[in-house]
Each structure stands twice: as C-alpha cells, then as structure tokens.
Design a protein around this ligand. Structure first.
Ligand code: SF4
Length: 217
C-alpha cells in the first residue's frame, strides 16, 4: 500500500482530469435519488436513466408505489437486472417511509440503512448528493481504481476501502472525490481495458506498468 501523501497526489491528478464529475443518475429530489440508486445495483446508470424517465412520471410519491400491483411495478422495471427483488424492496421502502418517516427520505445513515434495499453505499450517496453531508460511497469503480493504484490493498473489503479513502482525502473533498473516482473508473481506468498507455498516473501505478509490459511481450 502506498503512502497517504502519494495517494493524495494521485487523487489530485484524477480531480484535475474530471473537475466537473457529478452524479449521472437523473433525479429531481431525495426520494427519486434513493429509488434511482437502489435501481442502479449491478446495472449501469444509463439503463436506470432510461427507465426512470417514465417511472418518475408515473410514480411521484411513496403512496404511488404502494398502491400499484407488484406485477405492474415489476413490468415497469423489467429491463434492468434483479428487477423482481428491486420492485419488492421499493414497495417495502415506501411502506417504511410512510410508517416511520412521514413519507420523507431520512437524513441519517442509520435511518437510511434501516430501509429495504438501502445498504451503506446507497446511504452514502444519498447523504452526499441529497443532503450535502460528507460521505464517500465506494462502488465497483471506486474500489477497482483504489486497488489498482495501490491506495488500498487488493484484499481490502468495501468498508476498508472507504475507511482508507476517508483517511487519505480531506473531509471537505469526500463528496466531489467520490464522483471523480467514479468518472475515472468509468471513462479512463475501465474494468476490462484501462487506458494505461495515455494515463497520467502510469509512472505511479504498478498495475498499469504491469499491463503495459504484458502487452509489449
Ligand atoms: Fe488505471 Fe492503467 Fe492508469 Fe493504472 S495506469 S490508473 S491501471 S489506467
């Protein structure tokens, strides 16, 4: 694992590459954001945006999701992965919102994580994007990039990756860094074909150097 100083230097380079990175899930409020993040598990943001365009016109409140038959909701979600499970969780989540939170998305980690289908990652995204509270959600891109760069160890679990990043990155930058790391992983350090040959981090990145050497053989 590399030092905090070197890790932050890398994060700074990534920040310069994607200064305007922001959430790509289209939403108008905390409720829509929560639904969109829940739907995005193991699915691309693009696929989610395609269905939420009509979904958010049809369902505007938690009560709207509760009133609809589960089979109709499943049908509305059928183009994305795990849609049956997601439909079930959305209904449960909406029920809890009405019973415990006056129909509103709560603004603490603990309360958010008490909702069906909402884990630590989703809670972190909602806290950061909807409530502007410092949080650093670790998704598949953030995890892969942090490990390739040596900021974290390959064996670290998601929580360890989050803790390490929160140690390395100043708190006031957590929210922005989350999006910048996602953009870096989504558009540059891609899972299958990272752009190592044009990467400004290549000199500092052991994984990239290994890949370049392997390609040259
Ligand atoms: Fe990713 Fe390659 Fe850049 Fe390393 S050198 S950060 S593996 S794109």
């Amino acid at each position: 694992m590399i030092s905090n100083k070197k890790s932050l230097e890398m994060i700074d380079i990534i920040a310069d590459m994607f200064p305007n990175a922001q959430i790509e899930l289209v939403h108008d409020n905390a409720f829509e954001l929560t639904i969109a993040v829940l739907l995005s598990a193991q699915t691309t943001d693009n696929s989610v945006n395609k269905i939420t365009k009509s979904l958010f016109k049809k369902y505007k409140t938690p009560q709207d999701y509760i009133d609809v038959d589960i089979s109709e909701l499943e049908n509305d979600l059928r183009t994305i992965g795990l849609y049956r499970n997601k439909a079930k969780n959305i209904k449960k989540l909406c029920q809890s919102l009405l019973e415990k939170f006056d129909g509103k998305i709560p603004n603490t980690h603990k309360e958010l994580e008490s909702l069906a289908g909402v884990g630590r990652k989703t809670a972190n995204v909602v806290m950061s994007v909807a409530f502007d509270e410092p949080s650093l959600a670790v998704d598949t891109h953030v995890e892969r990039v942090s490990k390739r760069l040596g900021i974290c160890r390959w064996k670290d679990n998601v929580r360890q990756v989050e803790d390490r990043l929160c140690k390395v990155i100043p708190k006031e930058r957590w929210n922005k860094s989350h999006h910048q790391l996602i953009f870096f992983g989504r558009y540059h350090c891609l899972a299958r074909k990272p752009k190592c040959d044009i990467c400004p981090l290549l000199e500092m990145c052991r994984e990239g150097q290994k890949r370049i050497k392997a390609e040259a053989k």
